[in-house]
Design a protein around this ligand. Structure first.
Ligand code: HEC
Length: 321
């Protein structure tokens, strides 16, 4: 019995170890899956900074095109001469560059590039977004391109439609986007004398979007993601641990039941053997004609068995008479 119990305990310990092992593997797998999913989401979140900044830069470029188009179809715009908006020396050849209103106000013609420059200055002051209109062949020397713009403008000549890069200006990170400006019929009024024809690339506009505010939002989102994934990972671990405990307890119950069943089977088998021995002795005695008092110390079941079989036991004794 003690050996049997020992074997049972060992079996149960083996099973418990197996369950523990399986659930440890499951928990590790769960943590790996959640970890991988978290890294993927964080990477996406980091990437979204560049997507949002690119979209902002594209929107900025398209807005530039839009008001430039408006200005171009009007052949430029007349605005009051101020300290900030003096007459453009590069429009000297235009006869009506400067005009006087009937009341005596001085107006000057602002070409699209001049307008773009002033809008970019305002944009940088108000929103921190830098813009630069430029060309490989600039009329105005200040419009000359920087190294990255030179590369981009050259790539436009080879058919590239957009150039993107991350650059650092004065210690701050910027997303830079550049697209070409194509010569249209309306541009030729001022640019034909430089030899441009419709369809040529006159230059381009580069937009630089500061990444600081996007990154600040992204860091906040990443912190929230880490907390959310941490809670999910923890809940999953607790769930798995709980299921593991339940299975372990079930296994223990099953083991106890199995042990009880085994013990009960062994007892009844022992009873049967004892009963068989007693019955044989009685039959022998009856056969020898002795009056016997057959009794058994075992369970009622055993006595009943003997009683029920007594007549059967007498019959064969006749054969011995
Ligand atoms: C009313 C005249 C006028 C029209 C119309 C005009 N431009 Fe210009 N553009 C100029 C002048 C003058 C400059 C150079 C000085 C400056 O920055 O104002 C210039 C500058 C530029 C520049 C910057 C590089 C440089 O040469 O300094 C680009 C690019 C440009 N123009 C493209 C265009 C395109 C494309 C169109 C048509 C969609 C166009 N312009 C229409 C007058 C004009």
């Amino acid at each position: 019995m003690v050996i049997l119990f020992g074997v049972m305990v060992m079996k149960n310990e083996e099973k418990t170890f197996e369950i523990k092992k399986t659930f440890s593997i499951l928990i590790v797998c769960w943590l790996i899956i959640i970890g991988a999913f978290m890294m993927w989401t964080i990477n996406n979140e980091k990437g979204s900074v560049y997507i949002y900044a690119t979209n902002e830069a594209r929107a900025g470029f398209e807005k530039d095109l839009l008001y430039r188009y408006w200005s171009t179809i009007h052949g430029g715009t007349y605005v009051p001469v101020t300290e900030h908006t003096p007459p453009n020396p590069y429009l000297n050849h235009i006869t009506e560059r400067d005009i006087l209103t009937p009341s005596g106000r001085k107006l000057t013609l602002v070409n699209p590039a001049y307008m773009t420059r002033q809008v970019h200055e305002l944009g940088e002051k108000l929103y921190g977004m830098k813009g630069h209109i430029t060309s490989l062949n600039p009329i105005r020397s200040e419009n000359k391109p920087d190294d990255w713009e030179v590369e981009s403008l050259k790539s436009f000549e080879n058919g590239t439609i957009e150039s993107l890069a991350i650059k650092i200006f004065e210690g701050a990170e910027y997303l830079r986007l550049m697209r070409p400006l194509i010569v249209e019929k309306s541009c030729l009024k001022c640019h034909a004398k430089q030899g441009y024809v419709e369809g040529n690339i006159r230059g381009g506009i580069s937009i630089s979007v500061p990444l600081k505010s996007y990154k600040a939002v992204s860091i906040k989102n990443i912190k929230n993601l880490v907390i959310i994934f941490g809670v999910i990972a923890l809940l999953g671990m607790v769930g798995l641990f709980w299921v593991g405990l339940l299975m372990n307890r079930k296994e223990l119950d099953r083991c106890i039941a199995e042990q009880a069943l085994k013990e009960a089977t062994d007892i009844s088998r022992d009873n049967m053997i004892n009963q068989h021995v007693t019955t044989s002795r009685c039959l022998d005695a009856l056969a020898r004609g002795n009056s016997v008092k057959c009794s058994t110390n075992h369970s009622n079941g055993s006595s009943n068995f003997f009683r029920n079989n007594r007549s059967a036991a007498v019959v064969p004794s006749d054969r011995f008479v």
